[in-house]
Design a protein around this ligand. Structure first.
Ligand code: UDP
Length: 254
């Protein structure tokens, strides 16, 4: 395979220059971090599973008419995506209280929320991704009112759709984080779903047992992390074609 120029390395993914202008290759690593990278580790096979899970979910989301950056999966650990200008906001949707919401507001983990709640966090590692209000987003020009309108609309559609999709396979979608980007097509700009959707950025609980099937297993040292990610893929009917045989996949190309 041709050598590619690395453009960016994040905590769980690497972005390489794509084969055509306006495209990038998104490589999924096995590295895992939590608590603003204070906790670091490796979850063997996570990159392969997240590549496949995110491909599946992005495709399904595109089918309901929400545009995404996803073009196609290239191999076990890489997918071809459209190059977008990432909007520096993490959009979190919550259906059931957990994580920072429970800690901050003292609401018992597992409490079903009376309505879905959307929160915004400013994407800035040095500041620890602080929570912000829509006022900050507008005041600092991170996104326009129209952009935010599109983002909220798409986020709520994604939440309703994924909630149903996961319920169908016995999983409760507790909360998740999404990111959006601006895609330029000539003079036209549209906001599209970007980044990834996987057990790294969703809380997924078994509907019957409430067992955690997501990154909280790593964050809270609950064990069986790989197995949980694999179980999510299995329930969605999308275990990688090589199965558990080669979850390592190709090595990173520098
Ligand atoms: N989340 C994420 N990246 C972050 C912070 C949160 O993907 O930098 C996801 C997280 O996996 C969970 C949801 O957003 O599904 C809500 O996370 P929360 O605010 O409860 O923070 P946490 O407990 O992860 O610190």
């Amino acid at each position: 395979m041709a050598r590619r120029r690395q453009l960016y390395e994040g905590k769980a993914k690497i972005l390489f220059e794509g084969p055509e202008p306006g495209t990038l290759v998104q490589y999924f690593k096995d590295d895992a971090t939590a608590f603003n990278a204070q906790k670091k580790g490796t979850i063997t096979g996570k990159g392969v599973l997240n590549n496949r899970i995110s491909e599946f979910l992005m495709q399904r989301i595109a089918e309901i008419g929400v545009p995404t950056h996803f073009i196609r999966r290239l191999n076990m650990r890489e997918q071809l995506i459209r190059e977008v200008e990432i909007i520096p906001i993490e959009v979190v949707v919550r259906n059931i209280a957990a994580g920072s919401l429970s800690t901050r507001l003292g609401i018992a983990e597992g409490t079903r929320l009376p309505r879905s709640i959307i929160e915004y966090y400013y994407k800035n590692d040095a500041l620890g991704d602080p929570m912000v209000a829509e006022e900050h987003v507008a005041a600092f020009g991170w996104a326009s009112a129209q952009d935010m309108d599109d983002i909220v609309h798409m986020t709520l559609r994604i939440n309703d759709f994924l909630t149903g999709l996961f319920l169908g396979v016995g999983i409760s979608l507790v909360d998740f984080k999404v990111e959006f980007g601006r895609l330029w097509e000539g003079e036209e700009m549209r906001i599209v779903l970007a980044d990834e959707i996987s057990p790294d950025n969703c809380r997924l609980w078994d509907t019957k047992t409430n067992e955690k099937m997501d990154k909280d297993r790593f964050r809270r040292d609950l064990g069986k992390v790989e197995e949980a990610y694999q179980e999510v893929a299995m329930r969605l009917g999308i275990l990688p074609e090589a199965g558990a045989r080669d979850l390592k996949g190709p090595e990173v190309m520098q």
